[in-house]
Ligand binder design. Structure first.
Ligand code: ZN
Length: 258
């Protein structure tokens, strides 16, 4: 496991948003990804599980552990924010954080306060790499993470408007796209508009996909295949582009490391 973001030289693919700790067998999932040369950014949903995720991943050089507090757990777990503040100095990777308006807007002010606190914890010392959830809250996220925020922002499974995507792209933000997006009309349209140098791949595993099977890191191979076709460049060039994009995120984070 690594928290500074050094990519093993043989890595070919990237899963920029995966919930390794929620798989029935996290070790087998990471081992299989290692065999397929897939680097993983392992999300955590609450600060109190970050250490456990680090332990799970300690023998894997392809897994980066991210510190998170999922927006849907903010109401229940906001008391863990001090722990987030403490751990933020130890890792370059943050996620899953963000806001979620799918169950109405009542929880958004509290989610926003928690997000503001977490973003403030990210400032000192280094540029963090953030995986951000924005379901039914894209405008809120564009407001919460101001232009000029000193970190690398990756919008995970973005489902806002094309205009909002353009604003995010102009700010230099990245987008991690998954298999579900390659199968929905809105996802396909979004992907066709994104600048290629801002696109990353993700599985969001082990979420249940529509066809009744769970997502996992290997999905990113199919996503890359889709991107190759959508961009008209073929699978290998798309794979290199996505890997290169992820390397740029790591380099930008490194350049600022204390
Ligand atoms: Zn997620």
């Amino acid at each position: 496991v690594t928290t500074v973001g050094v990519l093993p030289p043989d890595v070919r693919y990237v899963d920029a948003h995966c919930h390794i700790d929620l798989f029935a067998d996290p070790t087998a999932t990471m081992r299989s990804a290692r065999e397929q040369a897939i680097a993983i950014v392992a999300m955590t949903n609450t600060p109190s599980v970050f250490r456990r995720m680090e332990q799970l991943a300690c023998e894997f050089d392809n897994v980066f552990c991210a510190l998170g507090l999922h927006p849907e757990l903010v109401a229940e777990r906001h008391r863990e924010l001090p722990l987030f503040n403490e751990l933020a100095a130890e890792t370059a990777f943050i996620g899953e954080i963000g806001m979620d308006g799918a169950k109405g807007r009542a929880e958004l002010p509290r989610q926003r306060r928690a997000l503001d606190e977490m973003l403030a914890a990210c400032r000192p010392g280094r540029k963090h790499i953030l995986s951000v959830h924005s379901r039914r809250a894209s405008a809120d996220i564009l407001e919460a993470i101001a232009p000029g925020f000193p970190g690398i922002v990756i919008l995970h499974w973005f489902s806002g408007s094309l205009a909002q995507a353009q604003v995010a792209a102009e700010r230099g933000w990245f987008f991690s796209v998954n298999l579900a997006m390659t199968r929905s009309q809105s996802g396909k349209t979004l992907i066709s508009r994104l600048p290629r140098d801002r696109v990353l791949t993700e599985s969001d595993g082990p979420i249940l996909l529509s066809e009744g099977r769970r997502g996992g890191p290997a999905d990113v191979v199919s996503v890359v295949e889709y991107l190759g076709a959508a961009w008209g460049v073929g699978r290998e060039e798309a794979r290199e582009q996505v890997l290169h994009n992820f390397e740029r995120c790591l380099r930008a984070s490194h350049a600022s490391a204390p």
